[in-house]
Write a protein that binds this ligand. Structure first.
Ligand SMILES: *Cc1c(COP(=O)(O)O)cnc(C)c1O
Length: 445
């Protein structure tokens, strides 16, 4: 593709620059403090893997607004598809009078999701809304109440999905009460538990059997690669055993692919790395190039268990968002973006794969495709090092690289660039992060 901004980091001012500082002052007088910000650098436009701020600085984006702009910023074909649709029809409400884009997105999701069976979808606006709907659908289908999620999971910020989200701070603290019948169960975390997938699965299953009872469980939600939890990739065999357990016990197995799905990890859906076919899949973030759209897709008999009118919403599957999503699907296929994500993975392994050997604050480097985590620890231990992450994030953002935090202990540097990022940008961004590690070592010496 052609980029409207040169794919290079370029700093004209200190970061944040004067215009960002002025905007920040206005923001503090008008925006809730609850909408906390990673870096107070105000963005103006973007292209590919580069964001341009209001002062004209060009920053390398290793975050994609948390995995949303997987195909690159402001993709011209997505912009054209959305603009054309906006000039034609912006709303009818699908459940009042339907339109074709909605049906086409559902057809495409049935085609690209794993599983050789009839699949139906519902389209909604946000990831949390998709998870909430998957909960409703699974409860209605099974007639059961309990919902199981994994330790370190992130499923959203609505009341129900806050309860399914693992850590209390900052997502939940002080904002309860939360709904009942939601359970967190142990995950497989190879760096920290040293267990095989089968051993970890037995631990998870034993927990369910002894704390909840398998026959009570409506749905088991997993992120096949955890995003906010710190790019935790369970050991091989873990999800295979869990999905068998779900099948044996009539539990709906739900893969939350909101962050890791849709080309980001080199396959359409990250559950494919584990060789498992889920009953339901939730999608959002990367699905429409930045437009709000989300979906629940899965076995027709499960999706159709809900009475007409039992799921839906005013803006769900909006004509403009679905037009953008259809363009995104075309771009992923035509431009080979699964392969592009695999290329990014190779380049990242080659460039940062030895960080745990080279830097004593790096405990582990892990990832698939364009989704990596670098777990920071106190030197010589596996103790999480959130202070180091705070230092590194501050350093890189002020040097023109946007990366993300993650992990229950706020100690995992999350790297999720667009899959179209060049090797030059990967190298440049990696050098800035290495400079940050060295500056930290110098500061603590
Ligand atoms: C971001 C995210 C959500 C919530 O999506 P929103 O659109 O922010 O509501 C749910 N699950 C996962 C895995 C996510 O990464």
């Amino acid at each position: 593709m052609t980029f409207t901004v040169p794919q290079a980091r370029k700093l004209l001012t200190e970061l944040p620059g004067p215009k960002s500082v002025a905007l920040q002052e206005r923001r503090e007088r008008s925006v809730s403090r609850g909408a906390g910000t990673l870096a107070n650098i105000y963005m103006d436009h973007g292209s590919g893997a580069i964001l341009v701020d209001v002062d004209g600085n060009q920053l390398i984006d290793l975050g994609c607004g948390i995995g949303v702009t997987t195909i690159g910023h402001a993709h011209p074909e997505v912009a054209a598809a959305a603009a054309a649709q906006a000039g034609k029809l912006t709303h009818t409400l699908f459940t009042v009078t339907p339109y074709e884009n909605y049906v086409r997105v559902a057809e495409k999701l049935a085609e690209i999701t794993p599983g050789d069976f009839e699949k139906h979808s519902i389209l909604v606006n946000t990831g949390a809304e998709a998870v909430e709907n998957a909960v409703k659908i699974a409860r209605k289908f099974t007639g059961r109440r309990a919902i199981v999620a994994l330790d370190h999971a992130f499923h959203g910020r609505t009341n129900l999905t806050m309860a399914m989200t693992y850590r209390p701070w900052p997502e939940r603290a002080g904002m309860g009460p939360f709904p009942g019948e939601i359970y967190s169960v142990p995950i497989s975390y190879p760096y920290r538990d040293g267990l095989s997938g089968e051993e970890a699965a037995e631990k998870t299953i034993d927990y369910i059997n002894t704390h909840i009872g398998a026959s009570e469980v409506a749905a088991f939600f997993v992120e096949p690669i955890q995003g906010d939890g710190g790019i935790i990739i369970p050991a091989p065999g873990y999800f295979k055993r869990l999905s068998e357990f779900c099948t044996e016990n009539g539990i709906v197995f739900v893969a939350d692919e909101i962050q890791a799905g849709l080309a980001r990890t080199g396959v359409w859906f990250s559950i494919e790395h584990h060789g498992v076919v889920p009953d339901l899949i939730t999608t959002a973030k990367g699905i429409a190039g930045g437009f709000p759209l989300a979906a629940v897709t899965g076995r027709a008999e499960i999706m159709d268990a809900v009475q007409p009118g039992g799921i839906g919403g005013t803006f769900g599957g909006n004509p403009v968002s679905t037009a953008a999503a259809l363009a995104v699907f075309d771009i992923i296929e035509r431009d080979g973006l699964l392969e592009q994500a695999q290329r990014v993975e190779k380049a990242l392994w080659a460039r940062i794969g030895d960080w745990a050997d080279r830097f004593d604050i790096v405990g582990d480097v892990r990832g698939k495709g364009a989704m990596f985590g670098v777990e920071l620890v106190k030197p010589g231990t596996k103790t999480p090092n959130p202070e180091a992450l705070a230092f590194v994030l501050k350093y890189v953002t002020t040097h023109g690289v946007i990366a993300l935090d993650a992990g229950s202990w706020d100690s995992v540097l999350r790297i999720m660039p667009s899959v179209v990022i060049s090797e030059e940008l990967i190298n440049d961004a990696a050098s800035v992060i290495e400079d940050a590690f060295e500056a930290l070592a110098a500061a603590s010496a």
